[in-house]
Every structure is written in structure tokens, then in C-alpha cells.
Design a protein around this ligand. Structure first.
Ligand code: XIL
Length: 407
């Protein structure tokens, strides 16, 4: 053996982890089957912002618009749509091989003209459908996870929040929202209900669980629950894990969608990741911003993974280490369940959606073009669409009307 190679063999094992062997957050997440993402804005990813963009694209593999795809920015006046912000963020995602979340179709806030529009149930349903058709139609091949509904449960639990959607349409408006979304998005993306303060076990998460259970039983096409995770130091990860588990028992994906931890320690961050890692149905881990300088909680907060100078906090390495220790069996199960959990491309999901229904079940007998990765096609398509089978093709878009006072 060449003398230098021999010496290298002797020295290398003592140098500790090699710099070239260091995984990024995204790589470590991908091994565990979990997308690791950030909320961002088009001006962050297009401007003269190289330092930010370098961290974003090298460490993360998922993005979501912090504001630009909400109702008001995307439909600033009735029937007039604007997709520019989302398009720019998508271009960044595509150029860097990142998946994208869509946030959100319906919310009580940032909804502009619709918030004060006093339409009848029928007219509000039509406004809802037009919005979902247009925004969903524009982005449908680009988005992996859609927040169809945002923050619709009242804080103390016990049912729906009295939003303008709820008071004008009625308590079945979630049903219509998911059905309309499914009609336009089909198998292109997963349909979520996203909320805060319902991460662990409490009255609000019980209420959300009951709603999800009702929707699943009624064959309404809901795929997942988003746990926003606006949390603080000392968070209770055990409770969060238990909540994710029970949602998994309903067949639902869970994504942590808007994470920030006020004054969070590395232990808090890894505890939260642990709650995700323990559950095969937890598929995405997204922080609400990249760094403390531009957090919605105010610049200077200590709440994200990078400080105001874009320096990684120790939490980053702690998360990479935690991901590296993921139980391979759970990771395997997650990848099969998730159909997009880091191994299956969006293009693959696009192909899936373009397939015609076969015997009422889309993708029931996978064609060869779906064979990407061992077992992926069957798990991805069989599961995702079998649950929706009764909805094809004669889907009924409007649930039975309920009496709404004043309509
Ligand atoms: C926040 C944005 O971060 C702010 O820039 C904006 O002014 C208000 O909305 N829950 C959500 C997010 O679902 O859309 C919110 O985003 C934060 C709370």
C-alpha cells in the first residue's frame, strides 16, 4: 500500500466527524422521511440576499409563503387573482429541489374584502369555491401540502370558531372546503386543517380530533392536521406525541407547520422533533421563518434556529443528531405512509393526479411509471386514494344545507 494512504488510514479515525460527512438538516430529515422547512417571502428569496438564500436552500427542503398565498394577497378584489408572490417562492423551491406547502385557502384573518362581505350561504359557498378553484388550480402541481383551513376551532375547544365563514355558511363549511379542494387538486397534494394551541392533549385538540373523525367517517377528503407549534421553552413533547399518535390512528398525516419556540433550548427543539420522530405519520417540520431578525414575533426574539446574523444556534446540530438517531423502522414506515416524505418527487405526485380514475379508485392498479422507489407506488397511491374512492366520480359538492340564522 502507498505510504501516504497507509498514514491516512491511521490518522483519519482519530479526527472525529469529517466536515465533508456532515449532514444538513434537510439531508438528515430526508433519511428520517421528514421534510424540514421554513416560512419565507418572495422578497427573501429573490432579493439581494445571498446569505439568507444560501442557508435556506442548503439546510431546508420545504418552503411555505408566510403571507403571500393567503386570501387577501391572492384575491385582493373579488374574482381578481394574484399569484406573483407564490410563483416566486415556488421558483426558488423548484430551482433548489424543495417541496412547498400552500398556506392557506380559508382563514378568519387576512381575508380582505371577503371578511366584510355579507353574502348568503349559497353566495359564500360560491366565493369559497371560486377562490379554491383559482388559487388551487394555479398552484396544484406545485404544492405538496395545502392548508385548506386555518384556525377554525375556538380556543377553548367545543366546536368551530365564529368566523365569517362559519356564521355565513354554517358548521358544515369545512366539508365543502375539503370537497372543493379535492375536486381541483385531486391527487396532486395533501389537504390539511392547520391550527395553533392544539399541539398537545387539551380541549381544543379534542375538538379538532372529533372534527377530523367526523370528516373521515363522512369520507370528506382530509389528509392531515397541521400543528402550528408556536411554543415556548419547557414545551410538553409527550403530550404532543400522544396527540400525533391518535391522529395517526385516524389515518391522518401530521405536519408541524409554523414552529417557533420562545427562548427554546436545544433540548426543547429536540424534544419537539422527538414527538415527530416517534410517530410514523409526522411528516414535516417547518419553522415560521429562518432567523430571529425577521420573525413575526419581533426581531430580536430568541425563537428560531438561526440568530439575527444567520448564525446557526446549537439547536441545528442537535436536530441533525436527533434525526440521525431516528429509528429506521419508523422512518421506513413513515416514508411509505407519506408519499412525499422526502423520497418521492412532486413530479411523481403530478403523474399520479393525471391518471384517470380506474374503477372509481385513482391509482388502484399502479402503472409502471409509478414505480419510483421500492414499494412507493402502492403505498403512496393505494392509501391516498383508496380512502377517497367513494368521492369518484359522482362527488356531491354541497353538503346538505344547514339552517343558518339570518339567511
Ligand atoms: C402571520 C405572519 O407571520 C405575519 O407576517 C402576518 O402579519 C400575520 O400572520 N398563524 C398563521 C400564520 O397561520 O399565517 C400567521 O402568520 C401566524 C399565526
Amino acid at each position: 500500500m502507498n505510504r501516504y494512504i497507509f498514514i491516512a488510514f491511521l490518522i483519519l479515525p482519530h479526527l472525529g466527524p469529517q466536515p465533508w460527512a456532515q449532514a444538513t438538516l434537510a439531508e438528515a430529515g430526508s433519511k428520517a422521511g421528514i421534510h424540514i422547512g421554513i416560512a419565507t417571502n418572495s422578497f427573501n428569496v429573490t432579493g439581494n440576499n445571498a446569505a439568507y438564500q444560501t442557508v435556506a436552500k442548503s439546510q431546508f427542503d420545504m418552503v411555505v409563503c408566510e403571507n403571500e398565498m393567503k386570501f387577501q394577497p391572492s384575491e385582493p378584489s373579488r374574482g381578481k387573482f394574484s399569484y406573483q408572490g407564490g410563483d416566486k417562492v415556488y421558483d426558488f423551491a423548484k430551482a433548489n429541489g424543495m417541496a412547498m406547502r400552500g398556506h392557506n385557502f380559508l382563514w378568519h384573518s387576512q381575508s380582505g374584502w371577503a371578511q366584510t362581505y355579507n353574502g348568503s350561504r349559497t353566495e359564500m359557498l360560491s366565493i369559497m369555491k371560486t377562490h379554491i378553484d383559482s388559487v388551487g388550480g394555479h398552484f396544484k402541481t406545485k404544492i405538496l401540502e395545502w392548508d385548506v383551513l386555518n384556525e377554525i376551532t375556538s380556543d377553548g375547544g367545543g366546536g368551530l370558531r365564529n368566523s365569517f365563514w362559519q356564521t355565513r355558511i354554517g358548521d358544515d363549511y369545512p366539508d365543502s372546503a375539503f370537497v372543493y379542494s379535492h375536486q381541483v387538486i385531486g391527487g396532486n397534494g395533501f389537504l390539511y386543517y392547520n391550527d395553533y394551541g392544539a399541539e398537545g392533549l387539551n380541549a381544543k385538540s379534542n375538538s379538532i380530533y372529533a372534527l377530523a373523525k367526523r370528516l373521515k367517517a363522512a369520507k370528506i377528503p382530509i389528509d392531515g392536521i397541521g400543528l402550528q407549534c408556536h411554543l415556548s421553552k419547557g414545551l410538553n413533547a409527550k403530550d404532543i406525541s400522544a396527540n400525533i399518535k391518535r391522529l395517526g390512528e385516524l389515518g391522518l398525516r401530521v405536519s408541524m407547520t409554523e414552529i417557533d419556540i420562545k427562548n427554546g433550548t436545544s433540548q426543547d427543539w429536540t424534544n419537539l422533533m422527538g414527538a415527530c420522530l416517534e410517530n410514523f405519520n409526522c411528516v414535516s417540520f417547518v419553522t415560521w421563518g429562518l432567523d430571529d431578525a425577521i420573525s413575526w414575533l419581533g426581531s430580536g426574539c430568541d425563537c428560531l434556529l438561526y440568530d439575527g446574523q444567520l448564525k446557526p444556534k446549537p439547536h441545528v446540530q442537535a436536530l441533525i443528531d436527533a434525526l440521525a438517531k431516528a429509528d429506521p423502522a419508523v422512518a421506513e414506515q413513515r416514508k411509505k405512509f407519506a408519499a412525499g416524505g422526502g423520497t418521492i418527487s412532486i413530479a411523481f405526485r403530478r403523474q399520479a393526479a393525471n391518471r384517470p380514475p380506474s374503477g372509481g379508485i385513482l391509482g388502484a392498479s399502479p402503472a409502471p411509471e409509478f414505480s419510483i422507489g421500492p414499494g412507493a407506488a402502492i403505498d403512496a397511491l393505494g392509501r391516498a386514494h383508496a380512502v377517497r374512492a367513494p368521492l369518484w366520480p359522482g362527488i356531491s359538492p354541497l353538503p346538505a344545507p344547514t339552517a343558518v340564522p339570518g339567511n
